[in-house]
Design a protein around this ligand. Structure first.
Ligand SMILES: [Zn+2]
Length: 125
């Protein structure tokens, strides 16, 4: 299984940040201040990529799910949105390549993400 690197270089990191903002923006303005939305580019062994999206809530709000497009996947899980994405990718045998979050990423999450080789596209706390 070689392929991945060339495919991976096609990832448009600007899209991940823009989509994270749009999907976070599907929440009402109060929820936007209370929850974190994270989006990341996830690649499988063949280099196929999807954008996975998670919330600091256990699941995305239904308005956020409605805002998802083809190739975007809602991920569920307890805890910080960033580690929910990372853990889900690892559990699926896939690689989280990039991540963008609607709020500055905490030190614990940043450490885990960097150790896993994830490119962090937004601010770290
Ligand atoms: Zn965190």
């Amino acid at each position: 299984m070689e392929v991945p690197e060339l495919m991976a270089s096609k990832v448009n990191t600007g899209d991940v940040v823009a989509r994270m903002r749009e999907i976070h923006g599907a929440l009402d303005s109060f929820a936007q201040t209370k929850r974190t939305t994270a989006a990341g580019e996830v690649a499988d062994g063949a280099g196929r990529t999807e954008t996975w999206v998670a919330s600091s809530d256990a699941r995305l709000d239904k308005r956020q799910v409605s805002a998802l497009r083809d190739g975007e996947v809602a991920v569920q899980g307890e805890g910080h949105a960033e580690t929910t994405l990372l853990d889900a990718a690892v559990a699926a045998g896939k690689r989280l390549r990039t991540i963008a979050a609607s709020w500055s990423i905490c030190e614990d999450c940043a450490k885990k993400l960097l150790q896993a080789g994830v490119q962090i596209l937004t601010k770290i706390r």
